[in-house]
Ligand binder design. Structure first.
Ligand code: IVH
Length: 766
């Protein structure tokens, strides 16, 4: 078995890293099958890095988050030769460098960024980029990709090495995949990038294994016990030796002219490549110079992506359809004569809004120029009117094409200099709400979707039938559907109807975050719903929360907080929520996020009110009063003792003399108290964890690195924390180490705060 594994590793290396195979694919498959047979007979002898892992393993229930050992950065863009000049100039100025400047030129692959972690030379983990700091653990999927070495091709591997690169689908692989999908009657993939991303996000790695994914490595990340070479190019050569596919088109340029030349040559070859690229990445070759240049925000100063211009083609406008979305927004969509552009066939383009139609002066049958850039939806750039008689003008409808209700301009709320203002937007909306079957269908489809109520078997097509047959008129009605209702639909038999009713019933138990998401509150996506649930812990609090109170939650600003509070204040919505609560079994933690109580400070509140002259510093001074109640006492007497500028004192008093502002302030303060979050006059005191952890219940799971279990427990107990063994709705925090088990899954389900060991360390840092 060892010999077979070694041979297979060797042939992988010949094939992927050197692009110079010694045996045919069939011979390779035979060796692999031999090994598989042996492993089937002697499972206990399977090697940890066995090439048979390429086949995939049993499905996961979710991907675990993984924190990157070194952040995965993004790149700044340059769109012209001039911008590349500027890039070089900035580097030279910063380094005070007159000599040659070597830049490595690499094709910028349009795939999915990946981080591959090798421990003692064996692939240990594969992770997506995520937000750059935390990605998803997709190890099982990554192992199925034959171009990813399971073991480094060396006897002396660095103890820890992170390799970064791009997973992609070749154009030919993409075509094959779509042919298979077509022959099975499945949905087709839009482009190779989406297909690659979708394939990597499969919970069942056996599906990933069936997709012809490939890899180009483009750099090293974190490492231990490795003396890096002096230049980026040498790293690429080292990686190739260790078994990674490196793009053969990589070159080192020693002048800007060579960079420009590289760009022109690659642009000319672009269409002939078997993979999609969307530009070129230029990187300073020398690591010592890279180090001196450092980073700005999320991108290095030593690299830049030169993007290819968007591709444009001519085609013809066949029709314009007006689609009505979940919120009633009416969007014009152009139907085009199918045309091939940027690697995909385009037959639709967005027309954005009414102004755009007017700007283009579109008429039916017009010749149009369509542009497609990267992943964005194709757009019509301009009209090429033909000389002969043109077709009808496209007119934006005054009435909803679905329900006939009025179509009105959308009012948008915006923040301008800290003040919320309402202006007319560019969009139009059908005012019919749930009377409009398009909005009803879209809302219900959202309601039953996987991240919401997750009612299996109730997709858009079924919802459409239910709505058109008047079997449902809103979310509540879904819970009253019977087996005979389903039997009356097309495509439902006895068993499937029974299943549908059962999946509706089992969806009734739902966590607060999913429930909130399901409601389809404008601006509230998965993340915001989670923040709301985590922060306030109870629907009853969220429903009545003042916008100002919601704003103390992470990532909820003035606009979103208003949307949430308006949603719940609406009498129709309120009725629906009341009725829904009767139907479902809501799983709530009931707890306030402890950090919230510390974030809710009077100075933060005062600053947000944007009273002229009230700066952060002044707000801090006023906050010493301790409560707004106290501030208002005896005609704001407290302010007199603060020796603030006269003008500012006047502004503060004037502001609160306005009865609306006054009532609001009193309301907010009362609500905070009701919710159990008193004002705290200081910013959160992260370095006194004792006070903030006191009284909490924690569960520790997985293997910890920096601490032993007992150390952590004794520390937590000392801080007043109760450490228990099982996760329940009473748990405040779950601390997770490596390889956590079902406890993590349960914590997620219950919406309990999850801390990694690193985060705990940060919390404890004094
Ligand atoms: S280097 C700090 N090199 O482009 C440098 N990135 O915005 C980080 N990409 O998602 C990236 N080809 O996955 C680098 N040859 C290449 C690349 C490349 C494609 C992707 C990368 C990331 C994005 C950077």
């Amino acid at each position: 078995m060892e010999r077979l594994a070694r041979e297979l590793h060797h042939h992988n290396y010949r094939y992927y890293a050197l692009d110079d195979p010694e045996i045919t694919d069939q011979e390779y498959d035979r060796l692999l099958r031999d090994l598989q047979d042996l492993e089937d007979r002697y499972p206990h002898l399977q090697l940890a890095d066995s090439p048979t892992q390429r086949i995939g393993v049993a499905p996961l229930s979710a991907f675990e988050p993984v924190e990157h050992l070194q952040p995965m950065l993004s790149l700044d863009n340059a769109f012209s030769d001039d911008e590349l000049h500027d890039f070089e100039r900035r580097i030279r100025d910063r380094l005070q460098w007159q000599g040659d400047l070597e830049l490595v030129c690499e094709p910028k692959l349009d795939g999915v960024a990946i981080s591959l972690l090798y421990r003692d030379g064996v692939l240990d983990q594969g992770a997506t980029r995520g937000d750059g700091r935390t990605g998803e653990n997709i190890t099982a999927n990554v192992r199925t990709i034959r171009a990813v070495p399971l073991r480094l091709n060396t006897d002396q591997p660095p103890p820890v090495l992170e390799v970064r690169g791009e997973i992609y689908l070749s154009r030919s692989g993409f075509e094959r995949l779509n042919e298979d999908a077509r022959s099975r009657g499945d949905k087709l993939f839009v482009n190779p990038r989406n297909a690659a991303a979708g394939s990597l996000r499969q919970l069942d790695s056996r599906i990933t294994a069936s997709r012809p994914l490939a890899l180009f490595a483009y750099g090293a990340g974190y490492s231990e016990g490795w003396t890096m070479p002096d230049t980026h190019f040498q790293v690429l050569e080292q990686l190739r030796e260790w078994g990674f596919p490196i793009n053969p088109l990589v070159e080192v340029a020693i002048s800007l002219d060579q960079c420009f030349d590289y760009y022109r040559r690659l642009e000319a070859r672009r269409d002939g490549l078997d993979y999609d690229i969307d530009g070129i990445v230029y990187k300073v070759n020398s690591f010592s110079l890279q180090q001196r240049l450092g980073f700005v925000a999320r991108a290095p100063r030593w690299a830049i992506a030169r993007k290819f211009p968007a591709q444009e083609v001519a085609t013809r406008l066949l029709d314009v359809e007006f689609q009505v979305g979940r919120t009633g927004a009416v969007t014009p969509v152009a139907r085009l004569e199918p045309v091939f552009v940027g690697g995909v066939t385009v037959s639709n383009a967005t027309l954005h809004n009414r102004d755009e139609i007017d700007r283009l002066g579109l008429r039916l049958g017009d010749g149009v120029i369509v542009r497609r850039a990267g992943d964005v939806i194709p757009q019509i750039v301009r009209v090429v009117p033909s000389d002969d008689k043109r077709g009808e003008r496209i007119v934006f409808p005054e009435h909803c094409p679905v329900c006939g209700s009025d179509v009105k301009r959308i009012i948008v709320r915006k923040l301008v200099k800290g003040k919320l203002i309402e202006t007319e937007g560019v969009g139009y909306r059908c005012v019919g709400r749930l009377v409009c079957s398009a909005q009803l269908i879209a809302s219900l489809t959202h309601f039953v979707s996987r991240e919401a109520f997750d009612i299996v078997g109730l997709g858009e097509k079924v919802i459409e039938q239910l709505v058109h047959r008047n079997l449902v008129d809103g979310p509540v009605a879904i819970f009253n559907l019977t087996k005979s209702d389903f039997l009356s639909l097309e495509g439902f038999a006895d068993k499937s109807s029974q299943n549908a009713v059962e999946s509706i019933n089992s969806s009734r138990t739902i966590t607060l975050d999913k429930f909130l998401y399901a409601l389809g509150i404008p601006e509230v996506g998965r993340e915001t719903a989670r923040n709301l649930a985590q922060g306030l812990g109870k629907l009853s609090r969220i429903r009545i929360a003042y916008p100002e109170v919601l704003e103390f939650l992470p990532d909820i600003g003035m606009v979103v907080s208003r949307e949430i509070s308006n949603f719940f204040r609406d009498s129709h919505n309120s009725k629906v929520v009341d009725e829904l609560i009767e139907e479902v079994d809501l799983v709530e933690t009931g707890k306030l996020d402890p950090s919230l109580a510390q974030i809710a400070t009077i100075d933060e509140y005062l600053t947000k009110l944007a009273i002229p002259g009230v700066t952060k510093g002044i707000a801090k001074k006023i906050a010493q009063v301790g409560s707004l109640d106290e501030l208002f006492k005896k005609d704001f007497q407290f302010l007199d003792g603060l020796s603030l500028p006269e003008k500012v004192t006047r502004e503060v008093i004037d502001f609160f003399m306005n009865s609306e502002n006054f009532d609001n302030a009193i309301g907010v303060e009362r609500q905070l108290r009701d919710f159990g979050m008193h004002w705290s006059s200081h910013k959160p005191d992260v370095d006194s964890p004792k006070s903030s952890l006191e009284g909490q219940t924690w569960v520790v799971t997985g293997t910890l690195e920096a601490f032993s279990r007992d150390q952590v427990k004794s520390y937590l107990v000392e801080a007043g924390v109760k450490v228990t063994d099982s996760v329940s709705s009473k748990t405040d925090v779950v601390l997770v180490g490596a390889n956590p088990g079902s406890k993590l899954a349960k914590a997620k389900k219950l919406g309990i705060r999850i801390l990694t060991e690193d985060e705990l360390l940060k919390l404890l840092e004094v």
